[in-house]
Design a protein around this ligand. Sequence first.
Ligand code: AMP
Length: 402
Amino acid sequence: MTDPVTVLGTPLQDKAQRLLLLGSGELGREVALEAVRLGLEVVAVDRYDRAPAMALAHRRHVIDMLDGEALRRVVELERPSLIVPEVEAIATDTLVALEAEGWRIIPTARATQLTMNREGIRRLAAEALGLKTSPFRFASTEAEYLEAVAAIGLPCVVKPIMSSSGKGQSTVRQETEVLPAWKYAAEAGRGKSDRVIVEGFVPFDAEITLLTVRAIDGTHFCPPIGHRQESGDYCESWQPCALHPDTLAACQAMAKAVTDALGGWGLFGVELFIAGEADQPQTVYFSEVSPRPHDTGMVTLVSQHQSEFELHVRAIMGLPIGEISLVQPGASAVILAPGQSDHPCYSGLDQALQVPTSKVRLFGKPTAHPHRRMGVALALGDTVEQAKERAIACASAVQVIL
Ligand code: AMP
């Protein structure tokens, strides 16, 4: 269902248009802010209280979003015009049922179901759409896993099918690492699934996120965002990422194919691997897609005229996007917690903000654990290199005190 929101009520009054945010992390917080700016009433949901987006919401609910009955209760209580998933781990079968009853799921219930685990989206991209990906196999038992590793060969990358931020993921380069990778993935997937994907290692030269918006005025692409990952989680991102014009066209064609197949309105983060240098046509591999704003896209808070969050909210409200323009080359660098704490504090902001053009966003998460993302530093530059140096200098001046 893609009816535009044509008449807007006032938040907390009878005719309010309510946006129910399923997942209230740092990306959800920015979505909530843009929604509030456009006059929506925002209800934030997460599995823990005081999640980042709850600070900006009109109301909040704390539930296990994998519990279909709890999810349905919140929907029926709040009666939202837009149900906006911000995380993967949601009872997507319930979203499918709710959509069939007329509730509006962003971008579509099927898209949330296909992208909830790596198998659905990989099969759609590689098998149904014929997009180039790394070679892959799925396995649910140790025997199937050993067979999959033998078929793919080393090096390979092993990931639980239900995981994000690199949890349970390993790169296997030698025989002695094969079984530990299986055990590590199973530990991370516990309670959800033991199933893993074994992917051939792609020796890429760059990895990018191509933010793609499906809106009432067509499909739009943001300039490509380059990023660097460590242990499967993003550390820095920058925009624009230089690509050969033929490569950019190939990336956009892949992003169009996969987002058209998922359907609905909204912003999608299409993750692609690029092999080869930018002075000649490069090889593009599809990796994954998020049917929502992407963490590497936080750079757009400074580098674009409309951030990925504003684009998402506009698209889902059925409003036009118009032109997407880059303000200046920009970069983001993450601020991570060094350990566990129930009362994290921050210092060094005075130093950090002496970096020219820099901004800091602290997410206000109530607890820290090792490597948890607590904030992000943003900066602009005359070049991407300068922006990156500034963002890194700014982020490294902030200390998370446990
Ligand atoms: P993912 O959670 O699938 O996005 O993986 C996290 C990161 O691991 C990616 O952004 C890449 O840096 C790396 N990675 C994942 N799959 C592969 C692969 N098949 N070959 C090489 N690197 C990979």
